[in-house]
Design a binder for this molecule. Structure first.
Ligand code: PMP
Length: 280
């Protein structure tokens, strides 16, 4: 079952927040999604570090130190008793009569819930996924993990309506950035590439671990911008994310990727990553 946390209280019922919460009125807040494997939160320190970075990008001072935050999340997760879970953590700037500008020193609202997950078998990922490309018209602070997700929502819905699993964002100049809720990698002639972690993408925690796994497996890697046409000439394409892990694409905009099955290097990375995160 789901377990909730709101401002110091743990609840089995969904908690209620103020209708004047700035998260509700303005999307004024930051969030994280942290996954557990076998009863242990994966890469918690990375998530907490990113949470503090996101908060600082939006001029939000968090009411805890990083260590206190980690402990708060761990204690809550442990109470939920879900070995495989997704912990959603959201911190909004707080509640006040609606006004675009804010007072510093408002009380941020901390909300979490822990949701049990079905641990996906490898075969789930090996089946492959489909994507469509969508124009990336997002703002220039994509490195901040904020709860303003309207652009991502609309892109992902467009993908879903087209019978696909994800939307791949392409900017005006043809540059491929990331997906609706995952990072994107391509492989061409044995070289693995992903968009540099700048202000145009969210610097994914999974992305970071997959790059490490690639290094360990001797796969050549570059942080490098690539373009829409490269998607269709790539040998392999996959996305990464806390919940998507490593998900290979076998079709993009109705065109087959590679030979229509997850490629050899992707499978090597998938197996290695899948094993690593579960060996806790
Ligand atoms: N990009 C976007 C836009 C995302 O929403 C996510 C998932 N939160 C990611 C990338 C992947 O990040 P992570 O690996 O940390 O889950």
């Amino acid at each position: 079952a789901l377990l909730y946390y709101l401002d110091g209280e743990i609840l089995e019922e969904e908690p209620k927040v103020s209708a004047q919460d700035r998260g509700y009125n303005f999307g004024d807040g930051v969030y994280e999604v942290i996954r557990s494997y076998r009863g242990k939160l994966f890469a918690l320190e990375d998530h907490v570090e990113r949470l503090f970075r996101s908060a600082s990008y939006i001029d939000l001072k968090l009411p805890y130190s990083p260590d206190e935050m980690s402990k708060l999340i761990t204690d809550f997760y442990n109470k939920s008793g879900n070995p495989e879970a997704a912990v959603y953590l959201q911190i909004t700037r707080g509640a006040a009569v609606r006004n675009h500008t804010y007072e510093r020193g408002m009380k941020p609202v901390v909300f979490m819930y822990s949701k049990p997950l079905d641990d996906k078998p490898l075969s789930y990922y090996e089946g492959g996924f489909k994507a469509i490309t969508v124009h990336d018209g997002r703002w220039d602070m994509c490195q901040a993990k904020t709860i303003c997700l309207l652009y991502n929502i609309l892109a992902k819905q467009k993908a879903k309506d087209a019978g696909c699993d994800e939307a791949i964002f392409v900017r005006d100049n043809g540059e491929v950035t990331e997906c609706g809720s995952s990072n994107l990698f391509i492989i061409k002639d044995g070289i693995l590439k992903t968009h540099p972690a700048d202000n145009r993408i969210l610097s994914g925690i999974t992305r970071k671990y997959v790059i490490e796994v690639a290094r360990k497996n001797g796969v050549h890697f570059r942080n490098e911008i690539f373009y829409k046409e490269d998607l269709f000439t790539a040998d392999e394409v996959f996305m990464t994310g806390t919940l998507s892990e490593i998900s290979p694409f076998v079709e993009i905009d109705g065109k087959t990727v590679g030979n229509g099955k997850p490629g050899e290097i992707t499978l090597k990375l998938l197996h290695s990553f899948y094993e690593m995160v579960r060996s806790v």
